[in-house]
Design a protein around this ligand. Sequence first.
Ligand SMILES: Nc1ncnc2c1ncn2[C@@H]1O[C@H](COP(=O)(O)OP(=O)(O)OP(=O)(O)O)[C@@H](O)[C@H]1O
Ligand SMILES: C[C@H](N)[C@H](N)CCCCCC(=O)O
Ligand SMILES: [Mg+2]
Length: 202
Amino acid sequence: MLKPIFITGIGTGVGKTVTSAIVTEHLKADYWKPIQSGDLENSDTITVKQLVSNDKTYFHPEVYKLTQPLSPHLSARLDGIEIDINTIKVPETQNTLVIEGAGGLMVPLNQQFLIVDLIAQLKAEVILVSQHYLGSINHTLLSYELLKSRNIPVKGILFNGHNPDSEAYITQYTKLKHLGTIPVLNNLDKNSVKEAGKHLTL
Ligand SMILES: Nc1ncnc2c1ncn2[C@@H]1O[C@H](COP(=O)(O)OP(=O)(O)OP(=O)(O)O)[C@@H](O)[C@H]1O
Ligand SMILES: C[C@H](N)[C@H](N)CCCCCC(=O)O
Ligand SMILES: [Mg+2]
């Protein structure tokens, strides 16, 4: 079986959903967001559906749909449940599977487990999404160190936005494969998503 691709990021709001749409479209892969924390009317699955144009992608349903836009451990508690990571199993598919996490690697799912533990359990390989802001080099290198310490395979790093100096520093330090940069998409739509994928090395 192909290793699923887990799209994680150096934090929340760094562009994992936009990246997931681009990667999903480019590979005509399936998409799965196992834990949606809040924004249920405008979930990441709905967003990716709106941005993908191929007819091969299958959207697997979320396992947890939590009502509050908070860390999943807390969102679950407020909904009166606890996330059981044993219920989160890779869906059956013959296709490449793109999985989107929630927030960054150390985001708690319950009192014990973090997103990074879920990645290990799902035996996925990671695409790390970084975004440029003051402080992002630190967040990117911390994410890299964690993945390395857990022996999690990393397919490469994608930058949402372009900053040649930061990218050069990060790639020379980590030796991660630079999979490309995603420009600011002023018109975020099916066309721009399809086009952005052509400039990535996946
Ligand atoms: N390259 C881009 N061009 C235009 N808009 C972008 C780009 N990247 C991200 N955005 C916008 O920034 C916001 C955050 O991006 P996104 O939802 O992809 O983050 P995320 O990492 O998936 O967040 P979460 O942790 O909530 O899942 C969204 O409104 C998205 O449309
Ligand atoms: C609600 C948000 N959009 C994400 N889905 C979850 C982000 C959790 C961040 C938790 C944290 O790192 O403090
Ligand atoms: Mg997202």
